[in-house]
Design a protein around this ligand. Sequence first.
Ligand code: PLP
Length: 389
Amino acid sequence: MPETFVKSERLRLLPPYLFAEIDRKKKAAIAAGRDIINLGVGDPDKPTPEPIIRSLQHHVENPSFHQYALDQGSPELRTVIAAFFSRRYGVALDPEAEILPTIGSKEALAHFPLAVIDPGDLGLVPDPRYPVYRSSVQFAGGEPYIMPLVPELQFRPDLDAIPGDVWKRAKLMFLNYPNNPTAGSADLSFFERVVGLAKEHGFVVAQDAAYSEVYFDEPPPSILQVPGAKDVAVEFHSLSKTFNMTGWRVGFAVGGAPLVAALAQVKANTDSGIFTAVQMAAVTALEQYETLTPPIRDLYKERRDALVSGLKRLGWDVPTPSATFYVWIPCPAGLNSTAICSKLLEEANLVTTPGLGFGDAGDGFFRMALTVDTPRLEEAVDRIAKLSF
Ligand SMILES: *Cc1c(COP(=O)(O)O)cnc(C)c1O
């Protein structure tokens, strides 16, 4: 045993944590008693709706739920997910084979490459991105191939720019629509194109739908609406953002039976299911989706309109997001993303997220989260109005 611990190569391969410096400044500012408006957090600020809390309170009393949950998830939850998917997307799913409840979607996204990738395979990951896609490809021994998201293509990757030898080695492609951090969207024809490429080149698509229910215009599609998509695609859903349930840890993966079974096999060797009382609360949430989610969407819409119209009044070129609770803003001329975020923190006590933290292609942008109340967003705009650029 060497005297000093050396961590594994897979951890040493991870990119440095780019938010560390901003985090340090933020903590120092809060400690100094400054009135910080935190627009950095991708976590709903409102509590989970009452009926879901009541449901958990009821089910937590049931001693049969105090034991290990079923690895494949409770049959009630899988049945309710199938009904939800049929109502919301018009897609029929077999609750026995095509649905797997997960401990939130992050763990499932992180585990999925272990089911798909062998050492040396390519995993295609967007840039900017939720960091898990890249690290999970690396953890599985694969090589990340970076797909820049193109602002002019609604923050989709330029599929025509990906070379033939990359397609040959590709085993997995991560997508995330509606997109964090760019708020970009995908339509069914984009998903059709991706499914076609996956079939042609023999790779699997992992579509992260964490924000599928946080929308302000047309409801975003599921990739499984593409005929034949189940052969090549798995979609990862989450109750976290939809129902203000980030702390509860419940989501689900849906797709073709062999793909879902492969993820289930990884998870059977990793975790022991989701607390069944939480799964029963998830049943309540999805059963009441039609009444519980409109107020949540309405609140983000009000905040989005306040922030975007306020920034536009100041002459900022801010696209209006059609989904997610993020506003993705081009940096003012002459500033990169870390510079603008430092300026906003130091001169206006605003915490925002530099695009660089999500990948090199994010560096021309920064992100504001709509996870504070409207008056605070208006206050944020007033503070920005006083700065000079
Ligand atoms: C929040 C988020 C998730 C993870 O949510 P869970 O709480 O793990 O279900 C996944 N993807 C993106 C892009 C997110 O922003």
